[in-house]
Design a protein around this ligand. Structure first.
Ligand SMILES: Cc1cc2nc3c(=O)[nH]c(=O)nc-3n(C[C@H](O)[C@H](O)[C@H](O)COP(=O)(O)O)c2cc1C
Length: 275
């Protein structure tokens, strides 16, 4: 492997930590790395010189619809190798197999996949820092080992019995998540709210939303932002709101929120403009 174009998304920083660990490992082994944020990459400008890497969080046994849309828009693989790393709190039903099939259909050669357990960013109250620190340390160790194995061609894209047959339901669920009607239903059924009393009108959430779903209703700087109906529940606005004003239904109102990296680190990697 000579070079990796690693396209990545992270809502609350878990996946970003994994991406950073892998990038350092690749560089140490003489593999060039170009990092591209999925959320601001124009699909017409996706270019893979040598190896394609994909990194994203698991969401509802699949991943976010805009990530799937990005993957669907990938150019033809023409025999280039591709790998996947995803982060999750415990279990992703069927994402590994459908993604492999999709990449194969596009003409990529599936090189290897790794699912890495990281802290749950959907929990009502974050676990203790010590517990999270130990999960994160183990996750980063796995990321380093995976990148080292990729660099020396020692990986495989596993398709054991369970992923082949036993996970049919999860496979269908993952496929279903990509479909337009399901995306529409999800956006109507599950949504975030902004508590106007808590909101400091800093409008950070407007610039953090990866899909431009948080806006100022009348463009006035002193307005409480409004959340539209294309929320993908990545939790970034919830995690980084300085006054904990954004909450998920009646759940996690106020209080402490989980995020794995600082706000400035998220802003450094995920600028809200086109690449
Ligand atoms: C809406 C949502 C759905 C999730 N669904 C799953 C899931 O199905 N399985 C799982 O193991 N973790 C699930 N998680 C947890 C995340 O995958 C996990 O915390 C991930 O590392 C977050 O990555 P990030 O910080 O890069 O956004 C979910 C999180 C969110 C916000």
């Amino acid at each position: 492997m000579k070079a990796v174009d690693l396209y990545h998304f992270s809502g609350t920083g878990n996946t970003l930590l994994i991406v950073q660990s892998m990038a350092r490992t690749f560089l140490d082994r003489g593999v060039a790395v170009r990092l591209h944020p999925i959320e601001t990459t124009d699909s017409f400008r996706i270019a893979i010189s040598d190896t394609l890497g994909l990194a994203f969080p698991v969401a509802v046994q699949s991943t976010y619809p805009f990530v799937w849309r990005f993957i669907n828009a990938l150019p033809k693989g023409e025999g280039k190798p591709a790998f996947l790393v995803d982060t999750l709190a415990g279990y992703s039903g069927g994402i590994v197999r459908p993604l492999r099939d999709l990449l194969l259909r596009k003409g990529y050669v599936p090189l290897g996949e790794k699912e890495i357990i990281m802290p749950n960013n959907l929990s009502k109250t974050p676990a203790s820092e010590t517990a999270n620190a130990s999960i994160i340390r183990k996750g980063m160790d796995q990321a380093i080992a995976f990148a080292a194995a990729l660099a020396t061609n020692r990986t495989e894209w596993k398709t054991g019995f369970l992923t082949e047959y036993g996970m049919l339901f999860m496979y269908l669920l993952a496929i279903g998540m990509m479909s337009k009607p399901v995306q529409h239903l999800l956006s109507k059924a599950v949504f975030l709210n902004i508590d106007a009393k808590r909101c400091a009108r800093c409008h950070l959430c407007v610039s953090l939303c990866p899909v431009g779903n948080i806006r100022l209703p009348d463009g006035k700087r002193d307005s409480v932002p409004k959340i539209g109906n294309t929320c993908q529940l990545c939790m970034r606005c919830v995690a980084y709101c300085p006054s904990s004003a954004i909450h998920f239904g009646r759940w996690n109102r106020g209080g402490e929120r989980y995020h794995a990296v600082s706000l400035s680190e998220i802003q450094r990697y995920y600028r809200n403009d086109i690449e």
